[in-house]
Structures are given as structure tokens and as C-alpha cells.
Design a protein around this ligand. Sequence first.
Ligand SMILES: [Zn+2]
Length: 533
Amino acid sequence: MSITLSVHGAAHTVTGSCYLLQSGRIRFLVDCGMFQGSKTLKALNYADFPFRPEDIDFVLLTHAHIDHSGLLPKLVKHGFKGPIYATHGTIDLLTCMLPDAGHIQETEVAQLNRRNAQRDRPQVTPIYTVDDAEIALRSFSSVAYDTWIEPADGIRARYWNAGHILGSASIEIELDTGMKSQPKLRLLFSGDIGPDVTSFHPSPASPENLDYIVCEATYGARERPPLTLSGRRDLLAAEVNDALKRNGVLIIPSFAVERTQELLSDLLVLVQEKRVPQVPIFLDSPLAIRATEVFIDHADELEEGDAFRHAMRSPWLRTTESVQESMMIERMDGSHIIVAASGMCDAGRIRHHLKNHLWRPNATVLMVGFQAEGTLGRILQNGAKAVRIQGEEIKVHARIRTLDIFSGHADGPGLARWVEDRGPVSRGIVLVHGEEEGLAGLHDRLAADGFNGDRIFAPELDAAFDLLAETSGERERPAPRRLQPDIVGRPDWHNDLSKLWLDIGEELEKAADDKARRVILRRIRRALEDENP
Ligand SMILES: [Zn+2]
């Protein structure tokens, strides 16, 4: 009998989590997430799965975030018939998140198709629609924490609190091997691991004594100073006070689920205690508004749940559900705060607020979550002087600030501690869900803590592992390529092209006169002709 693990996402990148396990004739997935980042990476969402959906027997889902769950409606649409196991909290969140993801795709594809028609390019169909998402929701089956389930003969799974978002889990899996020497193989998928301090969850927990751990490495290279809840509010207060000076507008791109609720909770407490100016705070995201309602429903399960419920009743909080209400925010005079999704500025209403404010010197954009390579959020964070949003050039005069205190992820030492507490680990540690820096950071930390470096793997996209192989050499199989490894998790040529457009524009503006401008254009023309003689 053989047991293999194929890594079909979150390989040298933080999105697209999807792992295929094959044990004898049974095939199942852990997570089925959407890719976010460069256009090249996002194109994978439209392409065929690297397996046949109808061959998958069931799915174990770690948590609701779209980069872990976002392709489930596509999986169902393309023939998957089995159950999707998830916690109660995850299912409640996905009841609004998956249809919202379908809606975003329908809207974006409609816009894209208008542009494609103008440019004589072929039409695109959405990856899935709101209806597809509603159908996928019927496949969900609820599991309790700390309780074994047996989704197939010889396969057991148990969900552990991962402390990352409402309903989030690490998943322990036990597989019968049919071997006398080792009758069972024990795996643990970390999912996303929360930090020690959040307002809502107890610290992550999990079992010990495993054969493999598949561990996330998002912040593997980061070390955060220890922070209490009041320390976190002090830092936020300082940022907000700076931003609201001179009639300032503060824009916070935020992940709709959990980060938004934690951030709002803190903001509203600060407003109530008059430690920041009393200005309207707009929650401009239908998804975040609905997710907030789910959090209010689950407040009893949250640490600080009562305080959260109380904060949400503040008169300074304005929720804007419809597009018209969202547009009205732009007519506001005076200081205000806008919290809108998506967190990496890749999609959603935040893009339209950025278009309206990035060019204003009295605006501040405050990043509170991880910004993946190739996203607009990361480009701003890297100090771009101008950006292109929906084909329009926007100068960046706003202050771009980063406050890494609302992260839902453990830092490097936190991750290493979490792995150590799971020991001993007999066969190997597979590092996923990290860009190069995070992967290398966590690898070095684990090696320094005494784990055998030869048994710490950071697989490329679509790589497969024979989990029962006796030697490390036999274990990893070369992957068929959907993408060249050097493009995963990095800016792609679309990013380069946007940058080039902006640079050309800037050079032309700076040139002394029209004659100089025509010289620049002639040189560019010559370079193109050299490419195509
Ligand atoms: Zn997550």
C-alpha cells in the first residue's frame, strides 16, 4: 500500500492551499483554496484542477478563509460528490463568504468582459457563480473540535483549535498503512496558526507524537515583540491620531473575517474612551457586515465576546451595505475612517476608495494584514509613487503605513514553538503557506532547535511525496508543472508592465520639452524593433 501527499497550492506562496492525500483507493483533499497575487498565479483559479474532482472522496477543511476554501464551489461544479467536513463556525462563515466570492467573480468577469469586447479579446466565464456557491454549501458536514471522525475505512481525523479565526482548526489525520512495522501513519496539518494574543481565541492546541507535520510558514521570518491587548490599542491610537490630523481620512484595507472584527472592536473602544477623535467609522463591505453578525452570534464562544458585542452597538459605527451607500462616503467632508475589503487590495470596494484617496496628501492607508507578492497592497507597501487601478494611473501622495498587530498568524518563534510542542516528529516536516523569506526563516529556526534539516521540506507547486518511503531520497517525486517555480509567489510580467507604463509616463512628464519626449519615444520604439527585426 502507498500513501502519497501532493501539494497543489500554498507552495512557496501564501495562497491556494490544497493538499491531495491518496491512501490506497481513497483520495481526499485538505483545503481547496483560491490563489491570490499576480495575474499569472490567479490564472490557476480558471485552469483545470491537477486531479479529477469526481475522484475525490471527501474534503477536510481547516478554516473559512477564501485562500483555503475559495475553490470548493468549483470542485463541486466540476463533479465532486462527497462531503466537506468543517467546524460549525467555519460553515456559518462560509454561508456568507462563498456566495460573496461567487458574486465578486460574477462582477469582475462582467467588467473584464466589457474590456475584452472593446479589445477584441475572447469572453471569460466566472470560475463559479453565487448559485454554484449555494449548491456547494449543501455538501458541508459539521464536525466538533477534539472528536474523532471516520470519513472512510482506515482513515480517522480530529479537529483542534488553531486560534486563527472563528472555527479555524489544525487537522490530525490517522491512516491505516497495512504494514506490521508501522500500522498507522499520523499526520497533522497546521492550517493557519494564530498568535498567542488575540482578543477572541485561546492559544492554539494540538496533539503530539506525529510522523509528519504540514506546517504554515507565513511569518516564519518575523519576530514580533510581545504585545498585550492594551499595548495593541496604544499603537493603534497613535496611528489613528496621526492619520486624522489636518482633516485626514484613514483607509484600512481589511480581511473581512476576524481581522475586521478585532480592529473595529479596538477602534470603537478608543473612540468611546475619547483617546482618538470621535469621527464616523464606515464598515464598507457587505461581507464584513455579515461576518460581523456571525461573530455576534458566536460571541459566547469568543474571549472578550461581551466587550465585542457592546462595541458593535457604538453610534460611531456606520455600515454601508449597498453600492449607493458606499458611493455616498466619497461625498463626506471632514475626517473619517473607512474599513473595506479586500485585505490585500486585490478586489472589492477598497480599490475604489484607494482610487479616490491615494492621490491626496491628507489620506493615510493603514495595512493591518499580510500583503502577498504581486498584490496592489504589497506594491503600495513597497513605496510605489504611482499605481494603476482598473487601467487608470493614480499618483500616490497618501501616507502608506503598516501596523502588524492584528495579524491572525503566529510569528516565527511562535510557529517554531508550536511545532516543538507537537514532537517527536518521526518522518518529516513539510513547510507550506509561505513566501521564500518565511519558509527559509522557519526552516532555520527548526534546524537550530535540533530538527534534522534533511527532513524539513519546502515542496514546489504540485510536488508529490511518498509518505511511507524509508529514505528521504525516495520520498519526493518531481512535479508536473502548472507554473514554473520561479514565478510562484513573485511579481509577474503583468506587474512589470504596469510599472513600465508608469515609469514611461513619469519620464515623459519630467522631460525638458516635446523634443526630448520624442527622443525618449524614439528610443523605446527602437528597442521594440530590436526585439522584432
Ligand atoms: Zn487563514
